[in-house]
Design a protein around this ligand. Structure first.
Ligand code: PEP
Ligand code: MN
Length: 348
C-alpha cells in the first residue's frame, strides 16, 4: 500500500505511521517527492491494515498497489525518477545520455584512448569491465583491481562518471570505492544477495535484464536494491534469448516502451549486447531512442579486431562519434534532445 501524507503532516505523524506498519509486520519506506510525501507499506498487506492506517492523523489517503513490484511501480511514484551521477550527469526525466567504453579494460593505453574518444563524441558516462562474466573459464576474466584503478583514473582525466560491473558480493565494496555507478550484469539479475549488497552502498545501480527474465521478474529484482533505501536504480535492456541465431540476442524494444509505462525508473538500452554485431548497433540505437529509452550503453574499443572480449559488437571511437551525431538528430526530431555532456574540466 501507499500511504499518502497530507501536505501539512508532521514528522511525528510519519513516525506514528511507520510504527504502526511495523506492528502489522510490514516494512515502511518513506519516499519524499517534490509534490507529495508518501510511505510505502511493503509486505503482506491486508484490507484491515489499509483501513486502520487511513484513519491515522496526517494521512490523506491509502492507495492499494496492485502490481507485485511496489517501489519501482508507477502506481507508487507517478513521476519519472531522475538518477543523479557525478559530474552533474542526470539519467531519466526526458533527456537521454550515452554510456560508452570498452567491454573490458585491457591496458592503460586502451582505456585512455577509448575514454578520450567517447568524451570527444559527447558521451556522458564511461564504461569499462574489470570483472568479466565469461561463458568459458578460459576466456579473459578482466584485470580486477588494476582495471578499477585504470577506469577511475581515465574517468577523472576526461571528467566523466564511470560505471563497472560487480560480479559478486565479494567485489561490491571495491567497485563502490572506485566507480560512480555499479552495474549488475544479466547473469546476476536474480542474484538477490548481490542486489541487496549493491543497494546498501547507496550508489546508483544499473540493473541489466536477465537474458531469459520477464519484465515482471526484472522489476521485482529492482525491488531488492530499492528496498535497501536506495532509489537510484536504472534498468538496462540488453537483449533476450530467442530462437534467432543470426544475432547474439534479440533487443526487446517492446520492453523499453513497456517498462516506461509500468515503472518510473530510467531505462537504458544496450544495443551492443542486444545485437552482438557492430553494424547493427546504430540502427538499434535509433530504434531504442524512438521507443523511449533514457539512454544508450554502447561498447567502444580503439581496436575492435584485437579486443579481448566482445570485439564483434564494439565500435571504434570514430564510428561511435558518427553514431552519436546521427542519434542526436533523431532525438531532437523527437523533441527529446540528449543531455548536455559533463562540463569540461578546468585543466582540460
Ligand atoms: C557487459 O556489459 O559487458 C556485459 C557483460 O553485459 P551483460 O551482463 O548484459 O551480458
Ligand atoms: Mn561486453
Amino acid at each position: 500500500m501507499i500511504v499518502v501524507m497530507r501536505p501539512d503532516h508532521t514528522p511525528e505523524q510519519v513516525q506514528a505511521v511507520m510504527g504502526r506498519l511495523v506492528q502489522f509486520g510490514l516494512q515502511g519506506q518513506p519516499i519524499q517527492g517534490v509534490e507529495r510525501s508518501v510511505i510505502a507499506g511493503l509486505g503482506q498487506v491486508m484490507q484491515d491494515h489499509r483501513d486502520e492506517i487511513s484513519m491515522m492523523a496526517g494521512v490523506d489517503e491509502v492507495i492499494r498497489v496492485t502490481k507485485p513490484y511496489k517501489l519501482s511501480s508507477r502506481e507508487t511514484h507517478p513521476k519519472p525518477t531522475i538518477v543523479e551521477l557525478s559530474h552533474g550527469v542526470k539519467v531519466g526525466g526526458g533527456r537521454p545520455v550515452f554510456m560508452a567504453g570498452p567491454c573490458a579494460i585491457e591496458t592503460e593505453d586502451q582505456i585512455m584512448t577509448a575514454a578520450r574518444g567517447v568524451r570527444k563524441a559527447g558521451a556522458h558516462v564511461l564504461r569499462g569491465g574489470a570483472f568479466k562474466p565469461r561463458t568459458s573459464p578460459y576466456s579473459f576474466q578482466g584485470l580486477g583491481l588494476d582495471a578499477l584503478k585504470l577506469l577511475r583514473t581515465a574517468g577523472d582525466e576526461v571528467g566523466m562518471p564511470v560505471i563497472t560491473e560487480c560480479l559478486s558480493e565479494r567485489d561490491v565494496d571495491l567497485c563502490a570505492q572506485y566507480s560512480d555507478v555499479l552495474q549488475i550484469g544479466a547473469r546476476n539479475m536474480q542474484n538477490f544477495v548481490l542486489l541487496q549488497e549493491a543497494g546498501k552502498t547507496g550508489k546508483p545501480v544499473l540493473l541489466k535484464r536477465g537474458m531469459s527474465a520477464t519484465i515482471e521478474e526484472w522489476l521485482l529484482a529492482s525491488e531488492y536494491i530499492m528496498s535497501q533505501n536506495n532509489p537510484n536504480v536504472m534498468l538496462c535492456e540488453r537483449g533476450i534469448r530467442t530462437f534467432e541465431t543470426a544475432t547474439r540476442n534479440t533487443l526487446d524494444l517492446n520492453a523499453l516502451a513497456m517498462v516506461k509505462r509500468l515503472s518510473h525508473l530510467p531505462v537504458i538500452a544496450d544495443p551492443s549486447h542486444g545485437t552482438g554485431k557492430w553494424y547493427l548497433v546504430r540502427p538499434m540505437s535509433m530504434a531504442s531512442i524512438a521507443a523511449g529509452a533514457d539512454g544508450l550503453m554502447i561498447e567502444v574499443h580503439p581496436n575492435p579486431d584485437h579486443a579481448l572480449s566482445d570485439g564483434a559488437q564494439s565500435l571504434t571511437p570514430n564510428n561511435f562519434g558518427e553514431l552519436a551525431a546521427d542519434v542526436r538528430v533523431l532525438a531532437e526530431a523527437l523533441s527529446r534532445p540528449f543531455a548536455e555532456p559533463p562540463a569540461a574540466l578546468a585543466s582540460a
